[in-house]
Design a protein around this ligand. Structure first.
Ligand code: GLN
Length: 482
């Protein structure tokens, strides 16, 4: 069942919140040993919330999210519930407050905290201190990352929706690897308050759902200004569900195809063919297709992997054994507390980024690396601004490759970084994008992404919804491996 189906069934009392919660909890306990999509399952908390939600529904006083089961990436602080960022350094950390996004789901039913790459660095969920998550379509493969636990959970039917964060692709790419919708709104559209930072100028809260309409429904509940997050402007929140409702064609929509994306080395030709079929479908639906150029986007990967580690090295400075999480037991001096706690607590990717970032920010290198990368970021942003004056929406691939085998890339950081080649430009520009499943290649899922101007989520969701409906007719159905 998708989220909107569940809403109807709860409203008509066809099913109770507790029944629904128990069904999901059972499926989670049947699958978690295999999938490892949850770090923490909050069964008792969920039952208590379910009882509360049912009382609200019975009293006719419920809100849009009352009684809806969900999961959140373990990067979102949840009051009274362990939140680890998938790092050993925060094992056992219980936050005293919840993220704003979690507070907005106060009437919904949190079933657990999902697995991820440590502090949201990676592309496969293999960099987790709690073991890798498996792809529900092929258990030998990765679900993508960094929000791989959330994408696997939604794909496997363990929750109707889950929170993720997208800093450089961590919602769009795992959604693509797991055959579900992954929605990254505009930077600042949903509050980041209480979400552990990775690279603060990129970090964006978003959702995984089964359908575009579900994402539209959720954005209306989650978006908006938050006094606790200065990067959330007071831009009007639309009725996104109404925006998608009833839309069936793309007449008058100009869709841009960025030529730089399609000539990338290492782009799987079978995925490219699938993308071309979607472009043809858009044309049949009435859209005008136009080739566009985003000339600076090929430098996105290089710029991102300077800017991201720079911000990471600063953001991770707070984990020193003093205020949060674990502290090295064998330290005898103050300096040893810092050094040993960080040495023992961080995994290899976190350490790599701290070192790269510290290097890029140090005096003498700052201008050559950090400042240069910031200039490239501005050029990439301008590329999108120019292109989105000529077209309404951009269509691009999400991942150059299909879900890869566990272990295949985990020892080669550059190979792992290359997985993000199509998602990073949008992250540099801070604009919204939605990853939409388009079927299977060799029995493995793949997606395209639609990209819109800042705060034009209504347009983005409408186009994606029309394509989703039209593509559903001839989509092949591959069963889950679980
Ligand atoms: N794969 C990218 C990285 O490792 C993006 C991660 C993310 O979006 N959180 O930084």
């Amino acid at each position: 069942m998708n989220l909107l189906d569940i809403r109807k069934k709860l409203d008509s009392k066809e099913i109770s919140v507790l029944e629904l919660t128990e069904q999901y909890l059972e499926r989670i306990s049947d699958t978690n040993a295999t999938l490892n999509s949850f770090i923490t399952v909050t069964a008792e908390h969920a039952r208590e919330r379910a009882t509360h939600a049912q009382a609200e529904i019975d009293a006719g006083q419920h809100s849009a999210l009352t009684g809806i089961p969900y999961a959140a990436k373990d990067l979102f602080c949840t009051r009274g519930i362990q939140t680890t960022g998938a790092s050993k350094i925060l094992k056992g950390y219980i936050p005293p407050y919840s993220a704003t996004a979690i507070e907005k789901c106060h009437d919904a039913v949190l079933l657990g905290k999902t697995n991820m790459d440590e502090f949201a660095m990676g592309s496969s969920t293999e960099h987790s201190a709690y073991g890798p998550t498996k792809n529900p379509y092929d258990l030998e493969r990765v679900p993508g990352g960094t929000s791989g636990g959330s994408s696997a959970a939604v794909a496997a039917g363990l929750v109707p929706f889950a929170f993720g964060t997208d800093t450089g692709g961590s919602i769009r790419q795992p959604a693509s690897f797991c055959n579900i919708v992954g929605f990254k709104p505009t930077y600042g559209r949903i509050s980041r308050y209480g979400v552990m930072p990775t690279a603060s100028s990129f970090d964006t809260v978003g959702v995984f759902t089964q359908t575009v309409a579900d994402s539209a429904f959720l954005l209306h509940e989650l978006a908006g200004h938050d006094p606790l997050d200065a990067t959330t402007p007071d831009v009007a929140v639309d009725d996104y569900l109404a925006a998608v409702h009833g839309a069936t064609d793309l007449k008058g929509v100009r869709i841009g195809i960025p030529k730089e994306y399609f000539s990338v080395e290492g782009f799987d030709p079978a995925i490219k063919k699938k993308c071309e079929a979607v472009i043809a479908l858009c044309e049949r639906l009435g859209a005008t297709i136009q080739e566009i150029s985003l000339p600076n986007t090929p430098y996105s990967l290089a710029a991102y992997y300077i800017l991201n580690p720079s911000e990471v090295s600063s953001n991770l400075a707070r984990y020193d054994g003093m205020q949060y999480g674990s502290r090295a037991a064998d330290a005898t001096t103050l300096e040893e507390v810092f050094v040993k706690t960080r040495e023992q607590g961080f995994g290899p990717e976190a350490k790599r980024r701290i070192m790269i970032g510290t290097f890029c920010l140090s005096s003498g290198y700052y201008d050559a690396y950090y400042k240069k990368a910031q200039q490239v970021r501005t050029l990439v942003k301008q590329d999108f601004e120019h292109a989105l004056q000529i077209v309404d929406i951009i269509l691009a691939p999400v991942s150059p490759v299909l879900p890869f085998k566990i272990g295949e890339r985990s020892n080669d950081p550059v190979e792992m970084y290359l997985a993000d080649i199509f998602t990073l430009p949008v992250s540099l520009a801070g604009i919204p994008a939605l990853s939409l499943p388009i079927g299977f290649v060799n029995r493995l899922p793949t997606s395209v992404q639609f990209i819109a101007p800042q705060f034009q989520e209504s347009r983005l969701l409408r186009v994606a919804h029309v394509v989703e409906q039209a593509a559903a007719l001839d989509r092949e159905h591959i069963p889950l491996a679980i």
